[in-house]
Design a protein around this ligand. Structure first.
Ligand code: NCD
Ligand code: ZN
Length: 344
């Protein structure tokens, strides 16, 4: 196969940042994606409906001329989140989901939840109105090994929350383990998961073997190869519970390349090509549209995009090594293999 046309993809997990950084990275997403779930972990975070409306307006103002891209806004769940504000924002279609960060789990997550009993009423209300909870699925207990934090989160946090909140619709974001894949597979219609492009191609050796490679460091951290294989199996296997959320998370090189560097891979420019390459290698190109363009809208109870994109296969195509931003250069994710597919 050398050409494939699919419904325009969406990105169900994206960090756009704000200000000069947003203006530089936004076109990398709007070029090919129809919509994106925009993460609320700004500093300070997007916690109220008013915050989300203002952030949405800044994104729309920065959008390239003529682009039909639609940002899908989220609220950052805190122990102070007000049910009334959240319901009002959901009712007018201002927000598409609410994001749960365990406090301290990742970049800009200091305002996250420490005591889950404090968000009980919010979660009950979300279950009532069908508003998805997006979870960063890692425990923050320093006693738990960083490679085990996702699996521990399922047992200690996620499963109890789902049992206590019947009907709560949950997306386990950027899954990285076979445990998460298994849990989502068996989780029924109210549970889904996003998978990133980078976790489909890197394992922990890419970060640590033969020298430390900060541009491959993100959270959840990539696990061993058997887990990567489980992710590839989930993405290409035709189960509608899994869909693309790039977690494209730009940080300047200055922020990445230091003694304590930031977590995040900037994949927006080549995520689609990378995913296509993975599906091609698996002989699963017939399932690419479901993963990138259909399963996500189905879970979010939205229609797929009306228009299409066409991918063509040819000689390996270069991708930009870095993107210039007002804050300094941001290195683009290197998939470590030739990318034959490009968006025509
Ligand atoms: C994200 C970021 O930089 O905002 N970083 C990352 O490694 N993925 C936060 C997140 O999604 O965990
Ligand atoms: Zn993220």
């Amino acid at each position: 196969m050398t050409q494939i046309t699919l419904r325009r993809p969406d990105d169900w997990h994206l960090h756009l940042r704000d200000g000069a950084m947003m203006r530089a990275v936004l076109p990398e997403t709007t070029r090919h994606f129809g919509r994106a779930i925009v993460m609320p972990n700004l500093v300070p975070p997007v916690v109220t409906g008013a915050d989300a409306a203002a952030y949405r307006d800044r994104i729309l103002a920065a959008k390239p001329r003529g682009s039909k891209f639609r940002p899908l806004m989220t609220l950052y769940l805190t122990e102070e989140t007000q049910v009334r504000d959240l319901r009002a924002a959901a009712e007018i279609g201002l927000i598409a989901a609410v994001k749960l960060y365990p406090a301290g789990a990742t970049t800009n997550s200091a305002s996250g939840v420490r005591d889950f009993s404090k968000v009980r009423r919010v979660l009950d209300n979300m279950a009532q109105i069908g508003l998805p909870l997006l979870v960063h699925g890692e425990v923050t207990d320093p006693e738990i090994d960083i490679f085990d934090r996702e699996a521990a989160f399922i047992d200690r946090v996620l499963d109890p929350i789902r049992r206590e909140t019947p009907g709560l619709r949950v997306v386990m974001e950027h899954v990285t383990t076979s445990e998460a894949v298994g849990y989502v597979r068996d989780g029924g219609p109210d549970l889904a998961a996003t998978i990133t492009a980078h976790h489909l191609v890197i394992n922990r050796n890419h970060i640590l073997a033969g020298g430390i490679r900060p541009h491959y460091y993100c959270l959840p951290v990539a696990k061993r190869e058997s887990h990567r294989r489980a992710l590839v199996g989930a993405a290409t296997g035709g189960d509608a519970s899994f869909f693309l959320g790039t977690d494209s998370a730009p940080h300047t090189d200055a922020a990445k390349l230091q003694a304590c560097g930031c977590a995040g891979c900037f994949t927006a420019p080549n995520a689609i090509a990378t995913v296509a390459e993975v599906f091609d290698a698996e002989g699963a190109l017939d399932r690419l549209e479901a993963f990138m363009s259909l399963n996500g809208p189905a879970f979010y109870r939205m229609a797929p995009n009306e228009d299409t994109i066409t991918l063509t296969r040819g000689d390996p195509a270069p991708w930009p090594r870095e993107i210039a931003t007002g804050d300094g250069p941001v290195t683009v994710f290197d998939p470590g293999m030739p990318l034959h597919w490009r968006v025509a």
